[in-house]
Design a protein around this ligand. Sequence first.
Ligand SMILES: *Cc1c(COP(=O)(O)O)cnc(C)c1O
Length: 669
Amino acid sequence: MENSKLIDEFYSLVQVDDHDGRYSKDIEGGNYFGMPLASIIEAEKRLRSSAGKGMAYFSMEYGLATSCYNKFSSHFPLEAANRLPENAVFSNFRVADYLFDLRSDNIIDLPIYSGGLGVLAGDTVKTMADYKLPAAAIGILWNSGYFRQKFWFKYGQAPEKMHWDPRSYPGLIPLKNKIKVSFKQEDVYLRLWKYYVYSHKHDYVVPLILLDSNVEPNSERARNLTDQLYRSDNVFLKLLQRVILGFGGIGALAEMGYDINTYHLNEGHAVFAFVAKARGLSGKELEQLKSKFVYTCHTPVEAGHDRFSFDDLDRVLKKEDTDIIEKFGKERPGLANLTLLSMNISSATNAVSHNHQKVMHIQFPKYRDQIQYVTNGVHPYTWMSQEIKSLFGLFPKAFPDFDNNPMILSKAATLKSDSAFRSQLWQAHQANKDNLCKFLGKWKLDKDTFTICWARRVAAYKRPSLILHDIGKLMRIAEEVGPLQIILAGKAHPNDNLGFTYINEMLDKVDGLSENYDKLKIIFLENYDISFGKLLTSSVDVWLNNPLPPFEASGTSGMKAILNGVLQMSTVDGWVAEVSDRPIGAFFGYKNSEGSVGNELDLHMNEDSGELYETLSGLVSLYYKTNQPGKPDISSFWIDMMIECICTAAHFNTYRMLDQYKSLIWKIS
Ligand SMILES: *Cc1c(COP(=O)(O)O)cnc(C)c1O
């Protein structure tokens, strides 16, 4: 098709609000911010005539890794507000912390995520595009993102408001379309935005529709509803954010004219979508509607299940809406539970690992038959480093079609005795590690020193401070077995007091080690985000994961690490429980007894830190036997384990995950 026709067709399908002509500079000549416009037209048309196959995916948050994967280009220079912030470092090398910070000119990731749940949603939508599914994703345009973490010297985390500029964010466009959602006391208008999630080959897209209440003529209060992700300091804000996602999402799909047959709720946050669709239905029609909803539960942690009193619901929602919640989501008189509501209105419910399924069976015995599991995965083309991708290119016999088929990674096993592969895998890893050491150059990191990382959300059950629990033992390993570099990063939710306490404790302990920097370097990075996640999961020697079993539903950061041949040191929980018989690193720690969930506040810090140091000592010793100065031992078992990691990544990716969703949950294959 001619470019001018393409443009006309695009504008007939997508009502861009381009009052100052800004977007017409980036949507031109067959291109959409540097990507093919034709892919959008194909997907938009299919969504309008999907013959009963259309899917809508609902999630509060999306972590799309837009800064490093399928990056859009623009004719306009990058606005300062959309650039990565300067981040401080808190280490036991205080001089460097005072003098330097970490800078980058790169764009921030679209700031509409907080952590793993969002990254999973992003990876899922990217894979839906790779699979060319007629799918649309629904989310919220968080005008101030999540929050920015500032360190306050050694006293902990100070959450700061984050500022970014949606209008100039490449690839994100405001639409002329507005919709209205009706609450008991007021109507709230939502502007719709679109961000196109391209497939790996750029030949297809999944539109992500983002809802934004920051528009006229909304009240000040209503305009703030889509300001910050996961506000929980006020019950009405918390409730209305969820209602907006559900009601607004259904309104947006209708406004777009999409023909949707499957509604996927990524977490119970989105369950008000069902309420919006169920109004006025009964009997058979209601049953039919239930057959279209599916639900993924992401956590066994108590605080992860949203509950609202019917008094609060009544104050906000109309009676016809609370009646539906009363019918399907009542935990006990006066209290609604969104997890129960989600399970009651869905034709399929899934946990996100085999272990998590077992826990859900204990927590919800009545729903036993209904609860399946699909273990999470990561999008392989997002999280694999360029160095490792290039390595595979050098061994086409083993990896003939990696760009279409990540399951081919299991073929790494055939190269176990190929010394060229072993040596180049080590070199690729060293190149990645060198990159990290240069990034932290002012802190004098060394690429031949054992480096371990713990980076994720700071939540009690993840036990962020376990590796610092007994500094004496840690110091002894550094002195007697070999020097250590430890990298830490993570944000605590602004209302999580326990999380704050952990950060204080960790910073305080790091501060106490300032005499020992030659043997034990500890670096806590401020403001953990996707760009740090990508850098760290691909470049350290060992990825540390020490949640208290069985509270990690799945975990995904370790999956990013194994894609890059990075070894695991982990408790046996979440996805790791499915591979604990494989030599991909070392496992340790407390195991909950089958048939019981245990207590998420009984953290077993003493016993498990003891096991942690023992395990660490073994790995450090093997590392230094392997990485002898100037002459790595390529025959080392360490490299066998790196290869086994890559083989394991053949399973823990979103391609295998989507295949299972298709057959078990969506029932479309
Ligand atoms: C992958 C990722 C996570 C998830 O980590 P878990 O191991 O599941 O805790 C959290 N935050 C960021 C920025 C990530 O990239």
